[in-house]
Design a protein around this ligand. Structure first.
Ligand SMILES: Nc1ncnc2c1ncn2[C@@H]1O[C@H](COP(=O)(O)OP(=O)(O)OP(=O)(O)O)[C@@H](O)[C@H]1O
Ligand SMILES: N[C@@H](CCO)C(=O)O
Length: 293
């Protein structure tokens, strides 16, 4: 048996739609795999009642098929599905690393990124790699069709998860089909600022670089209380706030000393909007780990 822990991730970071991602140091999924003649799946943990065990509909089924590695796969969910915290990607990445080890396929983590992205195609219709890349490689990742670049950043974060479900498939439907040249210039500037901030481990630059005028405003409308939560986090010291992945989680960047205050302000603002929520005080973390063979 092989067991792998793969972390939650936050994709986009505002200005880097479908490109930027970070691994979070918590929460995480744990996936156990054992060789079998055909793939079977068992799911326990947070939100497991909403996750199919049919290999054609669970992301890990697509990963097992892509690696030609049938197995009994047991998923212990720590990352709630439809959270915007890369729930499906955590399972996909963990399964890819675990099955690669179980069947001695010899693929590198970079080579496993497109394999794990096959899982994402099952749930959102597109094999975007911006969650599975950080889930496998850790740190801050830039995923393009040329491959993935990583930076071992260390930035404090708060991920606030409201009791609202937003599926990636639905959130992709509201993405505008075009953008003005002014918005493109704005986005390029912010994305570059964010990337420099990650390289310098500078939370002020990262926060400033999260601003986005194209995708985030459309998705914010799917999250009850988003604008109030964003304002509250900024007032409490966050250097930048945006929608995490496809939402509904809201991601704040801040200095480590402000993290508890920012988390409290976000929870209070959701509460005032009559939305239950929980906050993860976290930071940019490591990628998936094999911790038992
Ligand atoms: N192993 C799995 N883990 C989580 N969700 C799964 C899994 N397999 C299939 N799904 C389905 O995928 C959907 C959740 O994926 P979705 O991409 O919408 O959320 P997410 O991964 O939390 O979001 P994001 O990618 O925005 O961070 C749910 O409909 C769920 O049933
Ligand atoms: N980049 C993806 C991440 C969510 O899976 C999106 O925002 O739709």
């Amino acid at each position: 048996m092989v067991t792998v822990r793969a972390p939650a991730t936050s994709a986009n970071l505002g200005s880097g739609f479908d490109v930027f991602g970070v691994a979070l140091d918590r929460p995480a999924d744990i996936v156990h795999v054992e060789r079998a003649d055909r793939t079977t799946i068992e799911v326990t943990g947070v939100g497991s009642q909403y996750i199919p065990t049919d290999p054609d509909r669970n992301v890990v089924g697509a990963v097992a098929e892509a690696l030609d590695a049938p197995a009994h796969i047991r998923i212990d969910k720590g990352v709630r599905p439809s959270s915007g915290l890369g729930s499906s990607a955590a399972s996909s990445a963990a399964a890819a690393l675990a099955l690669n080890e179980l069947y001695d396929r010899g693929l590198s983590r970079e080579e496993l990124v497109p394999v794990a992205a096959e899982g994402e195609a099952v749930v959102s219709g597109e094999a975007h790699a911006d969650n599975v890349a950080p889930a496998l490689l850790g740190g801050f990742t830039v995923a393009t069709d040329e491959g993935v670049t990583t930076v071992d950043a260390d930035i404090p974060l708060v991920a606030c998860l409201p009791e609202i479900a937003v599926s990636t498939r639905d959130a992709r439907r509201v993405v505008p089909s075009d953008a003005s040249i002014e918005d493109m210039v704005h986005t390029v500037g912010r994305a570059a600022t964010l990337a420099v901030g990650m390289c310098r481990r500078d939370a002020d630059l990262v926060g400033a670089g999260m601003d986005d005028r194209v995708v985030t405003p459309a998705r914010a409308e799917l999250i009850n209380g988003y604008h109030e939560v964003r304002e509250a986090a900024l007032d409490a010291g966050a250097t930048g706030v945006t929608v995490s992945g496809a939402g509904p989680s809201v991601l704040g960047v801040c200095q480590a000393a402000d993290r508890t205050r920012v988390a409290g302000a976000m929870l209070e603002a959701f509460d005032e909007a009559d939305v239950d929520a929980r906050a993860y005080k976290t930071r940019v973390g490591r990628g998936a780990e094999v911790f038992e063979s």
